[in-house]
Design a binder for this molecule. Structure first.
Ligand SMILES: [Zn+2]
Length: 494
């Protein structure tokens, strides 16, 4: 029997503003769509948090025994500079600045995106479609929206008629807005605009002569509106109605609102049952922004090469840090918070490594099944990873108490504890048991440098230069590297 039959998962649905019992459209199967990146620059840490949050969702659904089809798109055309109807295509602009082909920009940053997410141990989605690979389908759905009376052509562009849609539907249902308020708060249309109303959004844009990313269509040589690709790719791979749609909080309006309107207009169906939104990451209490320098790239984190960091951190530590907060809360990123997470992570890993060495007894003085269900209860409560992690630290206490012979545990209970810990830590949370000195070139280089310093220290001590010897030892200790002198020579640990 699959686990989901015994566990009642609740998901906070942005559409209702409530935690709802999760019931997929088809028993045992889940369709999930998450808005992917616009590949015109290196993925930033805030985006990584969003994708790690949905990786947690994906992993837990799979752990519960669901067969999950996870679709996450790559936006490689149509996303204009200011998210709205004007400005240059983000990818085309980057191509112009770097004097390369737009598809070179796409290739470069898609590779970067995949490499970084892999370092964070995110599972790849089941399908990763691109906007440029679905131009034909986008043109077809525009025709459908026009046929249904919700789209109109003007000077080679096609717009979604929000005013007309709102007569029979609620435009603003997801973000809790009213069209009347939106109208009251918007400026008049400029003379050159082709739109009937400022709220209308582009389904197809006629390309200016200098616009390089263009495709033929019945209306003009042009390109699709940004919101359209997600409607097309989600319905193509998951159906006109599907279970979960996720994305960053900043996409709720207008992007996701427009997706609902497009799906409803084209197919006459509300496309998504559960809308999930992941919150943002701040840095030292402030919004991350490249322009203010209050920004950090994942690669900075792994190398330690950024003024806000005192050292490098492994991707697993950063992932652990992020999962210590609920995906719906704002999380503040700082060097101190990461250092604290690193200590916690190590404590957890040390406890897991201790399990095979523990002695068992004929009786247990602890209830492992009860502890295990608490872990599930945490995850069933809208993927509440911080509460799960708190429960994992309760297990650390149990393990340490057994080691100190203050608690008894039977072999069966110990096996259950070990299996559950492995499942939650490695499968569900997606953490990896890497020490900072494993598996990467930087770490290998660091180990070589430490070895060199150990040799210099030995030489200094042999020359009775204890001041230099102590300086090396203390300097390493200040960087978290402990030297240990033994019969076989000096060893070190992090
Ligand atoms: Zn999207």
């Amino acid at each position: 029997m699959p686990l989901y039959e015994n566990q009642e998962l609740k998901i906070y649905n942005s559409l209702s503003g409530e935690k709802e019992v999760f019931k997929p459209l088809t028993d045992g199967y889940v369709g999930m769509y998450v808005c992917g990146p616009t590949v015109y620059s290196n993925v930033h840490l805030g985006n990584c948090r969003t994708f790690i949050s949905f990786d947690l969702v994906f992993r837990y659904l799979k752990h519960l025994g669901y067969k999950v089809r996870y679709v996450r798109n790559i936006t490689d055309a149509g996303h204009l500079e200011n998210d709205a109807e004007t400005g240059e295509d983000r990818i085309a602009k980057k191509a112009r600045i770097e004097e390369i082909e737009p598809m070179e920009v796409v290739q470069k940053y898609t590779v970067d995106f995949h490499t970084i997410l892999q370092k964070f141990n995110n599972l790849p989605p089941s399908i990763e479609p691109t906007a440029t690979g679905h131009i034909v389908e986008q043109i077809e759905i525009i025709k459908e929206i026009i046929d249904q009376g919700f789209g109109y052509e003007a000077n080679g562009s096609v717009y979604f008629d929000v005013m007309k849609y709102n007569k029979t539907n609620h435009y603003g249902i997801l973000s809790g807005r009213k069209l009347e308020d939106m109208i009251a708060n918007t400026r008049e249309l400029t003379a050159q605009s082709d739109k009937k109303n400022p709220q209308d959004f582009a389904l197809w844009k006629k390309a200016e002569p200098q616009h390089i990313m263009r495709w033929p269509s019945p209306w003009s040589d042009g390109f699709p509106g940004w919101h359209l690709e997600c409607t097309v790719m989600s319905s193509k791979y998951l159906g006109k109605e599907f279970d979960i749609h996720g994305g960053g909080m900043d996409l709720k309006f207008p992007h996701h609102e427009c997706e609902i309107a497009q799906g409803q207009a084209a197919n006459g169906k509300n496309p998504v049952n559960y809308w999930m939104h992941a919150n943002m990451l701040t840095l030292n209490g402030k919004k991350m922004a490249k322009s203010t320098g209050n920004n950090i790239l994942p690669s900075d984190l792994f190398s330690g090469n950024n003024d806000v960091l005192s050292k490098s951190y492994s991707p697993s530590i950063a992932r652990f840090f992020m999962l210590q907060a609920n995906y719906r809360s704002i999380l503040d990123f700082s060097d101190e918070a990461l250092t604290a997470a690193e200590k916690g992570f190590q404590k957890l890993m040390d406890a897991v490594a201790l399990i095979p060495k523990l002695e068992t007894s004929a009786n247990s003085s602890i209830n492992i099944s009860e502890w295990k269900q608490k872990c599930y209860d945490a995850m069933n409560d809208d993927f509440n990873s911080p509460v799960l992690i708190a429960n994992l630290f309760d297990a650390v206490k149990i393990i340490n108490a057994v080691e100190a012979k203050k608690t008894n545990i039977t072999p069966e209970d110990l096996t259950e504890l070990e299996n559950s810990l492995h499942a939650f830590i490695f499968d569900v949370l997606g953490l990896e048991a890497v020490s900072a000195l494993e598996n990467n070139q930087d770490s290998e280089r660091l180990a070589n440098v430490v070895e060199l310093l150990i040799q210099l220290r030995a030489k200094a001590r042999a020359n009775r230069d204890f001041a230099t010897g102590d300086k090396i030892r203390d300097g390493l200790a200040a960087n978290g590297i402990q030297l240990k002198d033994g019969k076989e020579g000096t060893s070190f640990s992090l």
